[in-house]
Write a protein that binds this ligand. Structure first.
Ligand code: BEZ
Length: 404
């Protein structure tokens, strides 16, 4: 075997595949990359790959802000290490994903990658993280596969799988007496996975899907779909649309006069980080998500107050996910006294972390996806107010990952 096939940033291939303490993940190609500058005392190099422009630009900025908030709250260090950031705007553009990730991993030689938002870009990043063994924390993108068949010891997620927020919504609609629904979503991995999760939860309780409309990402021309919804008159509509697209959809839906006659439901990305721009049009919308604006726990209260002070804005779910990405890295680095190359113990500590998150209790599944409450929320006076728990301590059902 050639030397380059043996080494993954200082550990051999077999142990890289067994790091989570269990069975190896078969079939991963592993290439050699230069060892990062990890000397104790040297700053930890943090690659931040997020969209900072376009439809998801505000989401990327919020994640980055909150990550840095956590660092600032902890003496500008994580696990005793100062940090050096290398930032890439991935533009939520899947075609550029491999180049952007490779730049961070091989050219900039970062110790850890924080990214990203868009599920399509995430899939490209996942492949490279698996091949190189580079530590990666996903602060948003929900691509199910990242913590199912394509999981890895070095990949963690502090957000959600796309299945998690949308599956419980099926029961919410049925409980509200909506026995038929139309799905309106973006045509890319996240839209399809949210739609499938909703369908699974809804149809198994007897709900009927009248039609499914898939809008090319990142288009926001919803009018023709709204006309069809008005004609077909389903009992309700399910949607996954986020960021700038969610602002447009919620306003268009209200302007089309559909809001009262055909209630619009969605995973909570429909109304998170968007309420100020949506205004009155969002009032009364019900959604399911792992966060709400009025959760009653001390971590949330401190987080919310500090975020508001630093950024003069209210935090949202994306902020929580970015904050928790820093918190998770901190837990891991503390366990290895800042030595990011002590991978076995680093990953063990991260995998068993119990984060005191602003979202409430949070642990990690065997494949490193959050186990968390999914709240039912309603928009009241410009806030996503918790009105119930749609699913308690919900774990993604994926079974494709053989990490433990
Ligand atoms: C995704 O692509 O996975 C995603 C993007 C924005 C919000 C939620 C999920």
């Amino acid at each position: 075997m050639l030397d380059k096939d043996k080494k993954v940033t200082g550990i051999n291939r077999r142990s890289a595949l067994k790091l989570a303490g269990g069975a190896a993940i078969a079939g991963l190609g592993v290439r050699a990359f230069p060892a990062p500058a990890t000397a104790q005392g040297a700053p930890l190099r943090v690659g931040v790959m997020l969209p900072f422009t376009g439809t998801y630009g505000a989401i990327g900025k919020t994640i980055d802000n909150a990550f840095k908030q956590y660092v600032a709250e902890h003496g500008d260090k994580l696990g005793g290490r100062t940090l050096e950031f290398v930032q890439v705007d991935d533009q939520a553009e899947p075609a550029k994903g491999p180049d952007n990730m490779n730049k961070l991993v091989s050219r900039d030689n970062v110790d850890v990658v924080i990214g990203t938002v868009h599920s399509g870009v995430q899939m490209a990043m996942n492949k490279i993280a698996r091949e190189t063994g580079k530590l990666m924390i996903i602060p948003n993108a929900g691509a199910n596969i990242a913590t199912r068949a394509q999981c890895a010891p070095n990949i963690f997620r502090t957000s959600f799988s796309n299945w998690q927020p949308s599956y419980p919504l099926g029961k919410v609609l049925m409980d509200a007496g909506h026995k038929s629904a139309i799905i309106l979503t973006w045509k890319y991995a996240a839209g399809e996975e949210h739609a499938n999760a909703f369908k699974e939860g809804y149809t198994k309780l007897g709900g009927k899907i009248d039609a499914e409309f898939y809008v090319p990402f990142p288009e926001v021309e919803f009018q023709s779909y709204l006309t069809q919804i008005a004609e077909k008159k389903p009992s309700a509509v399910f949607t996954f649309i986020a960021g700038g697209g969610a602002v447009k959809l919620v306003k268009d839906y209200a302007a089309a006069g559909l809001k009262k006659s055909i209630p619009l439901y969605g995973s909570g990305f429909l109304t998170d980080g968007t309420l100020q721009a949506q205004g009155e049009a969002a009032e009364g919308l019900q959604t399911t998500l792992h966060y709400a604006d009025d959760l009653d726990n001390p971590a949330e209260k401190a987080f919310r107050a500090n975020y508001k002070k630093r950024y003069n804005a209210d935090p949202d779910v994306y902020a929580v996910q970015g904050y928790d990405a820093a918190a998770l890295l901190d837990v891991g680095l503390k366990a290895v006294k800042g030595d990011v190359n002590a991978k076995e113990n680093l990953y063990k500590a991260m995998a068993s972390a119990k984060l005191d998150s602003p979202r409430g209790p949070m642990t990690f599944s065997a494949s490193h996806n959050p186990v968390q409450n999914i709240y039912l929320r309603e928009v009241r006076k410009g806030k996503n107010v918790k009105i119930g728990i749609a699913a308690e301590a919900l774990a993604d059902p994926g079974t494709g990952c053989k990490m433990v």
